[in-house]
Design a protein around this ligand. Sequence first.
Ligand code: BTN
Length: 249
Amino acid sequence: MQPLLGTVWLGRSWRHLSSCGSTNDEAAAWALAGAPHGAVVVADHQERGRGRQGRVWHSESADSLYFSTVLRPPLVPMQVPPLTLCAGVAVAEALARFEVTPSLKWPNDLLIDGKKIAGILTEMSAADPRGRVDHVILGIGVNLNTEAWPPELGELATSLRQARGGRSVDRAIFAATLCERLEHWYDRFISDGPSAVSQGWRRFAAFFGRRVRAGALEGVAESLDDDGALVLRLDDGQARRITSGEVRL
Ligand code: BTN
């Protein structure tokens, strides 16, 4: 892997597992044992791949990417949410390098033709809510060469190979591309702040101007605040910031 990496710090410590429960758990355990900033864990299979909101992440295919990285940002917990946006833009740009046009659905679903191709699970460890975080685990799942989906996912999920008309993708090259884009956006966030990241994110947002539901609220998705909150314009004209949960189109 190392010869493919064009990064300075991301992925310079790398663990490749043939199987594990969840790469996020492996990365968290490694972080507690002293993993450096930018350490990466990838696995061929996950037995308990996790998605957001307690969902399962389909992790059977060794043709896909199950990736987690340990980040040690100089931030307090309330400054961390835009890191997830960094990951969203980085995955979108990495996919675009493979000749597809992804879109981002808030907060961080990567879609192609309305089907999910990648997802991001961010988990943070902080002993003191006002003190600097100990570490953040960014977990990224990308469907690369999968073509056989369980029946319940067939209408919901797609892969890079399917989006490229059957042309497969080299997982190591994709992972190296992702590391390079993620390092870029992390460094931008730390040096220039969250507005730079939000601008990058908006380039891939395909649902502004559309009617969406967020929990009990319904309205038009208007914009993304710099801290990563979605601004929803309700029918009575009020703007509401949505900071957690998901939206349905
Ligand atoms: C989602 O869209 O719900 C987020 C999915 C995140 C899946 C990745 S795969 C690598 C890492 N390990 C996990 O258990 N989950 C994340």
